[in-house]
Design a protein around this ligand. Structure first.
Ligand code: BYC
Length: 473
């Protein structure tokens, strides 16, 4: 059984932290550094309090409590999903053996690496979103931004707990480093590419929460399968929080598309620039950018790292227990994206183990398509013929087999010269970005909303749209 959440402690937790004084002291000495980081790199807009959800236990029902809280007093805690004492490893060469509660010496470096990479993305996203509060389209959206931010902060705590509890001095050093690397920094950038990009406007924010947070969902889904039970339980609970981030992205883009469609129909024009909405081709360009940098987050099409992670039992597949195979994959094959000898985009058969990044990316792509269908339904319902689409997997890639080639969103291979001439039709230009930014005038008045986005269908936790979600200071 998991201990009930203890809220009397300095660090709320359900891991009986008080029973391990050394660990508790180590985490309590990391806490002021975290708070200092939050003050200097977290949300810049000054607020008195925000209507936030706080995790209070991990049970199926009632795990969250809602209320107005000053953000600096948010109770970032350590919560692991309930322990199943009989859990067995579901894949790899240790399949069928009891799950591990301690890190096996031979896998220490790999596990630490996975936890550090995961941990690094969490504060990175908070840094990327630091200045968005100043241009929020409504108090509802402002509140959602801050909710995402505090939960990414909690996810950092989740990874730091694992590092402190299971990796000794190296783990503590890594936990410090997580606060020292910064998104976009020239000297010490965040580890993965997408987390060094800017999130300068709310269209980018919604695209980020749709496409990049969704990579988080899939990566956490594979780590939830891990033989290392504390990592598995941590990720399981993080996934519950992640669902809200998905909702913010999906409905955020819904509402942008809805407003654009409305302005197009009312004025019988595609050119909505003078009318204060975001043109569909600009929405498509932002989509192209965020989707392609998020595809990079899955690593190379073939990777011995991922084969080793799987065989060792550290990182499984999405929905591992629903797969109908031997969960070892030693003699299986898989088709992956590739370049032929003459450089054409094609498919190649590789060992299933080395192709696991491709397997996960494929699951992710299928999920991304559901969003596009939703947005196209909004356009169809408005009576418009235009449609959004996901660009080809080779488009604008910086990691993996397509990093060395240029391709159009249709998957046509281009010479560097053609790419230079045509890419401004597919990726946001300075003009597009300047226009989108010009729309980002803050609407911090209760019940009001900016003109470039439709209001949401529902408020948060049963509250209406015009609820006082945020009190500014
Ligand atoms: N940028 O063998 P390869 C989230 C590195 S998002 C820069 O193909 P592998 C969130 C790679 O590390 C989820 N470098 O890669 C979302 C390796 O370097 P080393 C985050 C990259 O290991 C929104 C080398 O290239 N979690 O939670 O099979 C808001 C060779 O690559 C990139 C995870 O990613 C890149 N894009 O797989 C908040 C889960 N891609 O080790 C939060 C943990 C690869 O040779 N991470 N490299 O120095 C992993 O499972 C794997 O490390 C990766 C890559 C999936 C990232």
């Amino acid at each position: 059984m998991t201990a009930p959440a203890d809220y009397n402690e300095k660090i709320p937790n359900n891991v009986s932290l008080h029973e391990d004084r050394r660990l508790q002291r180590a985490l309590e000495s990391w806490q002021p550094n975290f708070l200092q980081w939050w003050e200097s790199m977290g949300p810049a807009l000054p607020t008195r309090d925000v209507y936030l959800r706080t995790a209070i236990n991990v049970g199926r029902e009632g795990w969250a409590q809602f209320g107005h809280v000053p953000m600096r007093d948010y109770r970032w805690g350590i919560f692991l999903a309930e322990r199943d004492p009989g859990r067995r490893i579901g894949f790899g060469e240790h399949k069928g053996e009891p799950a591990w509660n301690k890190v096996p010496g031979e896998y220490r470096a790999e596990l630490r690496r996975l936890i550090v990479v995961q941990g690094d993305t969490e504060p990175a996203s908070v840094e990327q979103q630091r200045n968005l509060g100043a241009t929020a389209p409504s108090l509802y959206d402002l509140r959602n931004l801050f909710q995402v931010n505090v939960e990414e902060g909690r996810h950092l705590w989740a990874m730091v707990y694992l590092l402190h509890a299971h990796f000794g001095r190296d783990g503590r050093d890594e936990a410090e480093e997580l606060l020292h690397r910064n998104s976009g920094s020239a000297e010490s950038p965040r580890i993965l590419g997408a987390f060094n990009e800017e999130t300068p406007d709310w269209l980018s924010f919604f695209m980020f929460t749709y496409f990049t947070d969704r990579d988080g969902k899939y990566q956490l889904g594979t780590l939830k399968e891990s033989a290392f039970d504390p990592l598995s339980r941590t990720c399981e609970f993080m996934l519950k929080e992640e669902a809200h981030h998905m909702m913010v992205g999906t409905t955020g883009i819904d509402r942008v598309v809805e407003r654009t469609a409305q302005v197009m129909v009312e004025n019988d024009t595609d050119d909505v620039v003078a009318l204060g909405a975001i043109p569909l081709n600009v929405i498509q360009k932002y989509l192209n950018f965020h989707y392609s940098v998020s595809l990079d987050l899955f690593g190379s099409e073939t990777s011995t790292n991922v084969a080793n992670y799987y065989t060792a039992g550290l990182k499984g597949r999405w929905m591992e227990d629903r797969r109908r195979d031997d969960h070892k994959l030693a003699s299986d094959a898989i088709m992956v994206d590739a370049l032929s000898e003459d450089g054409e985009i094609c498919q190649a058969e590789v060992a299933a183990l080395t192709g696991l990044n491709s397997d996960l990316r494929r699951e992710y792509i299928a999920d991304c398509e559901t969003g596009v269908r939703r947005w196209n339904k909004i356009l169809a319902d408005a009576g418009l013929p235009q449609r959004l689409y996901l660009p080809h997997v080779a488009f604008n890639r910086k990691v993996g087999v397509f990093a060395g080639v240029e391709a159009s969103p249709d998957g046509e291979k281009l010479s560097p010269h053609e790419w230079a001439q045509r890419s401004s039709a597919w990726l946001p230009t300075d003009v597009d970005k300047t226009y989108v930014r010009s729309l980002m005038q803050p609407v911090h008045e209760r019940g009001k909303i900016a003109a470039w986005i439709a209001p949401p269908r529902h408020g948060i936790n049963g509250k209406p749209f015009d609820y006082d979600y945020v009190h500014l200071s």
